[in-house]
Design a protein around this ligand. Structure first.
Ligand code: TYD
Length: 133
């Protein structure tokens, strides 16, 4: 049974110098899974909501590389909101967790590292179906 307590904030390795900052997401270092896919969302209009689904088998690490947003995570019994505004921290989302993303700031960029390639069959996009799964 998935639990929101297993969705942890993970520190992202950061190398800073007078030339700026560099952050690294590497399997087994920042991401506790093998990364097979990276995607990012941007140009997100004010008031938009993204997510609204769960995954059956997918692990994800969600990072705010620019700006800020809220991630609501829900295991069917408990729900909480996690505010992401720091590119040095990622939220690990384990399989079987419903997530909703909202309150995007202007210019926010959501970077997601995922454990599998895209597979629509891995999605549960109906909340009642998720609750009953
Ligand atoms: P969606 O799951 O609605 O995005 P979000 O979780 O950010 O709200 O996906 C939007 C569209 O993009 C949908 O048609 C599926 C497609 N998509 C891909 O083709 N490949 C991918 O890796 C992802 C994440 C989505």
């Amino acid at each position: 049974m998935a639990k929101i307590e297993d969705c942890k904030i993970i520190d992202i390795q950061k190398v800073s110098s007078d030339r700026g900052s560099l952050s690294v997401i590497e399997s087994d270092l920042s991401a506790p899974f093998d990364i097979k896919r990276v995607y990012f969302t941007y140009d997100i209009p004010s008031g938009a909501e993204r997510g609204g689904h769960a995954h059956k088998n997918l692990f994800q690490l969600i990072i705010s590389v620019s700006g800020s947003f809220n991630v609501i995570i829900d295991d069917g019994n408990n729900r909480k909101s996690v505010f992401l505004n720091n590119p040095s921290q990622g939220l690990l989302i384990t399989p079987g967790i419903w997530r909703e993303l909202d309150s995007f700031s202007s210019g926010s960029v959501v970077l997601v590292a995922a454990s599998e390639t895209y597979d629509e069959d891995d999605y549960i996009r109906d909340y009642n179906e998720f609750k009953n799964s």
